[in-house]
Design a protein around this ligand. Structure first.
Ligand SMILES: [Ca+2]
Ligand SMILES: [Ca+2]
Length: 149
C-alpha cells in the first residue's frame, strides 16, 4: 500500500484525517476502489478516530469486501438494492445475514429491515447497509454472555 505510506508525512504508520483526505484527493482511483468496496471516506470519519493505520485501513477494506459480498448475495435480482422480500428470504436461506445482524445489534424480532433502511423508503442501499454494519462475523466475535443488561 505504497500510496498510504507516501502520504504518511511523519512516517508513524498512520494517517490523520487530513492526510487521509489528501490521499483520496491525490488518487481518485483509490476513491473509486473504496467506493466499489462500499467504503466511503465518511465511514472512516464516522469512526471518530483521529488517525488510521495502514493495517486498520486494510482490515477495514477486507471487512468491507465481506460485507459487499453479503450484500450482493442478498440482492438476488442484482438491482443494487435490497428489497424486503430479498431480505426476508436471505434471513431464511442461511445464517450469514442473521449473524451479521446480531453482531451489529439489530434485533431480528422487531422489524430488522427497518432498522437498516435508514430513510424508510423500503429499499436498503449499499450505503445504508455499510453504515449500519460495522462488524462482520469472524472479524470479531461477540459473545452474548458478556452483555449483562
Ligand atoms: Ca434487489
Ligand atoms: Ca432506504
Amino acid at each position: 500500500m505504497r500510496i498510504f505510506h507516501e502520504h504518511d508525512a511523519d512516517e508513524d504508520g498512520s494517517l490523520s484525517k487530513k492526510e487521509f483526505n489528501l490521499m483520496l484527493k491525490d488518487d481518485p482511483e483509490l476513491g473509486v476502489m473504496m467506493r466499489e468496496k462500499g467504503l466511503k471516506a465518511e465511514y472512516y470519519e464516522l469512526n471518530g478516530q483521529d488517525s488510521i493505520s495502514c493495517t486498520d485501513y486494510l482490515l477495514k477494506m477486507q471487512l468491507n469486501n465481506r460485507l459487499v459480498e453479503l450484500f450482493r448475495m442478498i440482492d438476488t435480482n442484482s438491482n443494487g438494492t435490497i428489497e424486503y422480500p430479498e431480505f426476508t428470504a436471505a434471513l431464511l436461506r442461511d445464517d450469514a445475514l442473521r449473524d451479521v445482524c446480531l453482531l451489529n445489534g439489530i434485533n431480528l424480532e422487531i422489524a430488522a429491515f427497518r432498522q437498516i433502511d435508514a430513510d424508510n423508503n423500503n429499499v436498503i442501499t449499499i450505503d445504508e447497509f455499510m453504515r449500519r454494519m460495522r462488524l462482520a462475523p469472524a472479524e470479531k466475535q461477540i459473545s452474548p454472555a458478556t452483555k449483562s443488561s
